[in-house]
Write a protein that binds this ligand. Sequence first.
Ligand code: ZN
Length: 272
Amino acid sequence: MVVGQLNKVLILFILIIYSNQNLNAVEFKGKFIQGSFILGKVDSNSKVTIDKRSVKVSKDGYFAFGLGRDRKNDVIVKVFTGNKTKIYEKKVFKRKYKIQKIDGLPEKKVTPPKEVYERIKRENKIIVNAREIESDLTFFTKKFINPLDEAIVTGVYGSQRILNGKPKWPHYGVDFAAKEGTKIKAMLDGTATMVETDLFYTGGTLIFDHGHGISTLYMHMKDIYVRKGQEVKQGDIIGTVGSTGRSTGPHLDVRLNWFGVRLDPASVLDLR
Ligand SMILES: [Zn+2]
C-alpha cells in the first residue's frame, strides 16, 4: 500500500517538525498592546532577549517585560535553547490616549519654579536608580491584587495635558479616589527598594522590587508602614492614602515599570 506508507512518512515528518518547534516554544501571558506587562515562559535552561536586551530567566523558565506607552515597532523576542534559536516577531497594537488641551493659563502654573529644579533632579535620580534594580526575585509571576478594597478609578495611564501649547509629561499611573487614611495593600509580594516621605511631586512614595526589573510605585501616601529593604507579602498594609506632594486631593496613584519603561498598572489589575 503505497498510499498508506506515504501517509506514515508524512505523519512522521509532521511529528518531527512539531517536536522541533516545541523544543524552544514560548508562552506569553498578556496582550501585545502599548503599555502592557507581559509574562513569558520558556524551557528553564533557555536564554531570552527582548529586542536586543538579554533578560533574566527564572529557574522555572519565567521572564518578564513590558511595552511602553508610545511603543510603535514590533517586539523581537529571541529564545535560545541549546544550539537552537527561535525568533518571535510580535506586532504591538496602538492605543488612543486621553489628551486634554488647556490654553490661557498663567505661566507659573505651567513650569515649576527654578528653585525646586535641583530638588526635582535629585529626587528623580533616586527613583530612576530604584527602577533599574535587576534582582532574581520571581514575585512578578503571581497575579496582582488591587491596592484598595474599593477601586474607584479617577485617572488613567497615558493621558496627557497640553497647557498653553506645551505638552506635559503624560500620566503613567492609575489614580484611585479614596478618603485620607484609607489602608493601602501591597499588590504583590516584594522588597521595598525606596521609601521616601516627602518627594516634591509625589510626596510619600514607595517603590517595591518584584524581580527581573519589575517594580511598582505608590504615591501621595499619608502614612508609610515599611522600611527600606523590608519584604512584604501581597495584601500587607503598607501605608495609607494621603494628598502629599503635588496633589489636589486625597488619592492613590500606583505605577508599574519594567526598568525605565512605564507600564499600565491596569494591564495587571482587575479594574472594571
Ligand atoms: Zn496620578
